[in-house]
Design a binder for this molecule. Structure first.
Ligand code: HEC
Length: 110
């Protein structure tokens, strides 16, 4: 009984730590080419597509968590031209992986 309990705790702990590492790995691999590793969007593609600076408190305050998640899952289109700015990641990551990006992006705020 005791053994099972400790095993469960150990498994849970691994699950949580690997989650935190995963979101960073996912960001670096899939998002950083536009949003840059530090969330400022200072890459060639980020500048071209006008990615916002997520370290800017004003940018962060103007966005709701639901909007962030919706953008990640469904993608972003230019409101005027309808041109796609960012693909949706609903079919790339699990719902939990997509949700994990929200606090991760919030943490860029200075
Ligand atoms: C091809 C470039 C590109 C890639 C790759 C990309 N994005 Fe974006 N993303 C943009 C652009 C451009 C915008 C619209 C401007 C903005 O909000 O920064 C945007 C908007 C967003 C928004 C909405 C912010 C708002 O203003 O409503 C979130 C959240 C976001 N991206 C997260 C991500 C995550 C997470 C990934 C990786 C899984 C990712 N992006 C990958 C270019 C990209």
């Amino acid at each position: 009984m005791k053994k099972t309990f400790f095993l469960a705790v150990a498994l849970l702990a691994t699950a949580f730590t690997s989650n935190a590492a995963d979101v960073k790995a996912n960001w670096d691999q899939h998002c950083a080419k536009c949003h840059s590793a530090d969330g400022k969007g200072q890459t060639a593609m980020g500048k071209k597509l006008k990615a916002k600076d997520y370290s800017d408190a004003k940018v962060q305050d103007a966005l709701k968590d639901e909007e962030l998640l919706k953008a990640i899952v469904e993608g972003v289109k230019d409101k005027e031209t309808g041109k796609g700015l960012m693909r949706g990641y609903g079919d790339v990551f699990t719902a939990d992986e997509n949700k994990a990006f929200v606090p991760f992006i919030r943490a860029f705020k200075k």
